[in-house]
Write a protein that binds this ligand. Structure first.
Ligand code: UD1
Ligand code: MG
Length: 459
């Protein structure tokens, strides 16, 4: 039988106090909606319909052509939101997963088990539930004396007895598709929030004598519904623990996993060592045996094997095997550091390619440059790439020795094996094998210092 999926993502998320629609807030670098979408793929739905409304276009972009979309122009409740999918799904044989877009921790594994449970029990509706220590805010699962589910009661509609119930509705359900849309015709807004509650269909099925069940998650964490930023931080913490655990199982050492911040898609090779306070964002990949020390911050960075990145920031750049960076270096977007390059303290590289084994040990800026292999940059070298309007390129050959405090005014080419004298301002191309000296000559005025107040003879 075919599976279908409806993701509810039309709400504003008033309690987030945000301009951004709630489901677009991120957990481990991915929007909550994307997390939910990924989990849903585990049941291979023949069709996924996402209900959008508040700032619909922004939300639509998250999933693009991976989902069908239906509009809910007014957010009249979760039941109303599901009704919006009627044109897409009603009349199809099969079963439909309904999931809230604000539950980013639910796993594909649990959804698969929910489907199996639903099918095995021949239910018309199965609720994914969990046991909460603090159930406040969630819909409660009400059971009769035979332990059968009879209905779901929302927090705001619950009586004192119902408020004591700790089994909560995760906001995820499996329904017989046709029966779902039939039952929705019978819900109303007679409740504390004046909304069409999806949860009311459970009571409707039960009263009609249909088979309703609940599949209870073992782990409450999965069911977390993010309605405010406190819950968002909790979701981040749980996700972080999951991600670091998976990497540890794969052979990565974390000195303090609780203090390592990584996004969902980050990849790390075996035997890598990640110290505390390291942040790995976006599509970052870290090679085997690489060491990232305290304070390192990588955004969409590709780091090769056996590299050592010491307390440095690297963005949208490629760093090959054996490279050492830092401490306190900044590799900005569009840079490539070839094998065994050394970038030392207070060095900034931007939009540049640096050849194998080249070294810039200290206090240097390399921007818009193409640098060969085995080049040595003396301390204080600057590529002067910007005249206030345009950026210009510096090309440096292989085996070049750039003297300390060289100012290389682009556009500029320095040929292979050339040398620039320390303190030079280089404005013209330097041919290969040459020495370029671009500095004023020193003049010594003998005896002139005697009259100066600093001189011992004047004191
Ligand atoms: C809902 C459930 C509650 C459950 C909880 C789990 C109902 C009535 N209540 O409450 O039983 O314990 O989730 O987290 O369903 N949405 C729309 N259109 C709307 C309203 C909501 O698309 O008109 C979307 C929201 O964007 C959100 C999801 O549905 O992604 C859930 O809505 P929310 O307002 O967060 O419901 P809860 O109060 O958390
Ligand atoms: Mg919610």
């Amino acid at each position: 039988m075919s599976n279908y999926a409806i993701i509810l993502a039309a709400g504003k998320g008033t309690r987030m106090k945000s301009d951004l629609p709630k489901v677009m807030h991120k957990v481990a670098g991915l929007t909550m909606l994307e997390h939910v979408y990924r989990a849903v793929q585990a049941i291979t739905p023949a069709k996924t319909v996402t209900v959008i409304g508040h700032k619909a276009e922004l939300v639509r972009e998250v999933l693009g052509d991976k989902s069908e979309f239906v509009m809910q122009t007014e957010q009249l409740g979760t039941g109303h939101a599901v009704m919006m999918a009627e044109d897409e799904l009603a009349g199809l044989d099969g079963q439909t997963l309904v999931i809230a877009g604000d539950t980013p921790l639910i796993t594909g594994d649990s959804l698969t088990k929910l489907v199996d449970f639903h099918v095995n029990h021949k239910n018309v509706a199965t609720i994914l539930t969990a046991e909460a220590d603090e159930p406040f805010g969630y819909g409660r699962i009400i059971r009769n004396e035979n332990d059968e589910v009879t209905k779901i009661v929302e927090q705001k509609d619950a009586n004192d007895f119902e408020k004591q119930v700790k089994e909560i509705n995760t906001g995820t359900y499996l329904f017989d598709n046709k029966r779902l849309f039939e039952a929705l015709k019978n819900i109303n807004t007679n409740n504390a929030q004046g909304e069409y509650y999806l949860t009311d269909v459970i009571g409707i099925f039960k009263e009609a004598g249909e088979k309703v069940g609940a599949y209870k998650l073992r782990d409450f964490d999965e069911s977390l519904g993010v309605n405010d930023r406190v819950a968002l931080a909790t979701a981040e913490k749980v996700m972080r623990a999951r991600l670091t655990k998976q990497h540890m199982v794969n052979g990565v050492t974390f000195v303090n996993p609780d203090a390592t911040y990584l996004d969902a898609d980050v990849e790390i090779g075996e035997e890598a060592v990640i110290e505390a306070n390291v942040t790995l964002k976006g599509q970052t990949k870290v090679g085997a045996r690489t060491v990232l020390t305290n304070g390192t911050y990588l955004v969409d960075a590709l780091i090769g094997e056996d590299a050592v990145i010491t307390n440095s920031m690297i963005e949208e750049s490629t760093v090959e095997a054996g490279v050492t960076v830092g401490p306190y270096a900044h590799i900005r977007p569009g840079s490539t550091l070839a094998k065994d390059v050394h970038i030392g303290n207070f060095v900034e590289v931007k939009g540049s390619s640096i050849g194998e084994n080249t070294k810039a040990g200290h206090l240097t800026y390399i921007g818009n440059a193409e640098v060969g292999s085995n080049v040595n940059f003396g301390a204080g070298t600057i590529t002067v790439n910007y005249d206030g309007q345009n950026k210009y390129k510096t090309t440096i050959g292989n085996n070049v020795f750039v003297g300390s405090n060289s100012t290389l005014i682009a556009p500029l080419e320095i040929g292979d094996n050339a040398l620039t004298a320390a303190g030079s301002t280089i404005t013209e191309d330097v041919p290969m094998d040459s020495i370029a000296i671009g500095r004023g000559r020193q003049v010594n005025k003998e005896g002139y210092a005697i009259k100066k107040p600093h001189h011992p003879s004047q004191q």
